[in-house]
Design a protein around this ligand. Structure first.
Ligand SMILES: Cc1ncc(COP(=O)(O)O)c(C=O)c1O
Length: 355
């Protein structure tokens, strides 16, 4: 079998625009989107809002910016947001919430699947000076941030009921609290659970999702919420430097990325990830927690006679299998540019290396 190299499992962000995307870019109707006039961006935002079950959506350059705007449009400066201790917002967004949003973050423990405990989340809600039960030592909790799928747990999925339980517990303490869902991989969660994305977004006031991960677009994310919130989001995007002019060429790719075919493809990526995990689990030195292999992200521990996780990632790379070492773990992510034959070849290569 002719297997294309490299087999790039570093991330689902490495996909190349498809021929259909490149063609769509070539014919996209465009105008100045900072003036709110680009028709292709308008179409993308309407489709994104519909799929997320929200009133409106805004096209932004990245997942980080979508989250940042999602929080800033709902969290006043000086307030506090509740975040999962291993969330992308807490761990991997360059301290933006302190530096730019000027909010405090209160990290909450999560279980192996990225789920918060509703009682713990409710107990973390705080009220500032002047509010009933308030205290001049404390900021006021403004936003609860959830993440689905959870990247650092290994692409694990939460059901709408899991998320609603936390959201309800927190809102019971304060109905003023808004819920933001970092759904960078929301459509992976939806594909894994076999439910519409909008059902997963329903417990949240706002949801962000990336077009440029498993869905395959080269650039872009959407932040979705109420019409009022998205009106504020437009100003925040401008302030953050994310206003884009003839962005219709990118939105055209986003429309392809959101098509049913691309959303359905995610299921194949999940099957490939499982096949990869099952194959690797039998090799010496590799430990895989199969219960966490739920979507397209595989983390496994490696400590073998030949070296550590960094050694394994380096050795695989020399053989044309690209992945990332993260501490004691190796991360491999499946996506639409890696097919089953490549997965099987990657397994053969790993088996030969670890023999
Ligand atoms: C859960 C999660 N949220 C947000 C982001 C940020 O997306 P971007 O890289 O487009 O800024 C990522 C990126 O990997 C992510 O995994």
């Amino acid at each position: 079998m002719n297997v294309a190299f490299p087999i790039d499992l570093r991330s689902d962000t490495v996909t190349r625009p498809t021929p259909e995307m490149r063609a769509a870019m070539g014919t996209a109707e465009v105008d100045d989107d900072v003036l709110g006039k680009d028709p292709t961006v308008g179409k993308l935002e309407a489709l994104g809002a519909e799929l997320a079950g929200k009133e409106a959506a805004l096209f932004v350059p990245s997942g980080c910016m979508a989250n940042m705007i999602g929080v800033m449009m709902q969290a006043p400066a000086g307030s506090e947001i509740l975040v999962a201790e291993n969330s992308h917002i807490h761990c991997a967004e360059a301290a933006a919430y302190a530096r730019v949003a000027q909010v405090a973050k209160w990290p909450l423990k999560v279980d192996a699947f990225g789920r918060m405990d509703p009682a713990q989340a409710a107990a973390a809600v705080r009220f500032g000076h002047g509010l009933p039960g308030g205290n001049s030592h404390h900021p006021t909790t403004s936003v609860l941030c959830l993440e689905n799928t959870n990247n650092y747990c290994g692409g694990t999925v939460q059901t709408a009921a899991d998320m609603r339980a936390v959201a309800d517990a927190v809102r019971k303490r304060s109905p003023e609290i808004k819920v933001h869902l970092d759904g960078a991989r929301l459509f992976n969660a939806a594909a894994a659970l076999g439910v519409p994305a909008r059902d997963l977004a329903a417990p949240a006031d706002s949801v962000s999702f990336c077009l440029s991960k498993g869905l395959g677009a080269p650039v872009g994310s959407l932040i979705c919420g109420t019409k009022k919130a998205i009106t504020q989001a437009v100003a925040l995007r401008k302030m953050l430097g994310g206003g884009m002019r003839q962005a219709g060429v990118l939105a055209a790719c986003g429309l392809v990325a959101l098509s049913e075919a691309h959303r359905t493809q995610l299921k194949e990526d999940h099957a490939n990830c499982r096949r990869l995990a099952e194959g690797l689990a039998g090799l010496p030195g590799i430990a895989v927690d199969m219960s966490r292999v739920q979507t397209n992200i595989l983390f496994f521990d490696y400590a073998g006679a030949k070296g550590d996780a960094a050694w394994l990632a380096g050795a695989l790379r020399e053989e044309g299998v690209w992945c990332l070492a993260m501490g004691t773990r190796v991360r491999m992510v499946t996506h639409r540019d890696v097919n089953r034959a490549q997965i099987d070849r990657a397994l053969q290569i790993a088996a030969t290396l670890l023999k």
